[in-house]
Design a protein around this ligand. Structure first.
Ligand code: HEC
Length: 105
């Protein structure tokens, strides 16, 4: 009987630990999607550009973050992206990079 009690306790604890993590992940995804919405005007929904702007969907995350940092620092000359990149933190570049990398081309 004691054994079963301990197992139940372990399961309850595991669920208690897992729920907040799942919630935090959902929040992170939502934040990334919200951030990406301001890119949609030029890069299309979820990075599926239909105009002349580069397609972001399926872009390698490391490459994405490097490009955003280069725009921000001015290392990569741009027409508009240097302005956009200034509004985001490195953490947000990471979030956006993961979001766009996860989109199918
Ligand atoms: C006003 C239109 C516009 C908006 C809004 C915009 N971009 Fe861009 N983006 C461009 C253009 C144009 C380029 C090509 C470089 C340049 O001239 O600035 C570009 C290039 C890029 C590149 C380089 C792609 C490559 O293949 O090297 C990345 C990454 C990028 N944008 C990410 C973003 C993200 C992330 C957002 C939203 C936070 C965003 N852009 C919002 C117009 C836009």
């Amino acid at each position: 009987m004691k054994m079963i009690k301990q197992q139940i306790l372990a399961i309850v604890c595991a669920i208690g630990v897992m729920l907040p993590i799942a919630g935090a992940q959902a929040e992170t995804d939502k934040h990334a999607r919200n951030l990406s919405a301001s890119c949609a005007a030029c890069h299309g929904t979820s990075g599926h550009s239909v105009g002349g702007t580069p397609v972001l969907a399926g872009m390698d995350k490391e490459l994405f973050v490097a490009q955003m940092q280069a725009f921000k620092s001015g290392a990569r000359p741009a027409t508009v992206m240097h302005q956009h990149a200034k509004g985001y933190t490195d953490e947000e570049f990471e979030l956006l990079g993961a979001f766009f990398a996860a989109q199918k081309r």
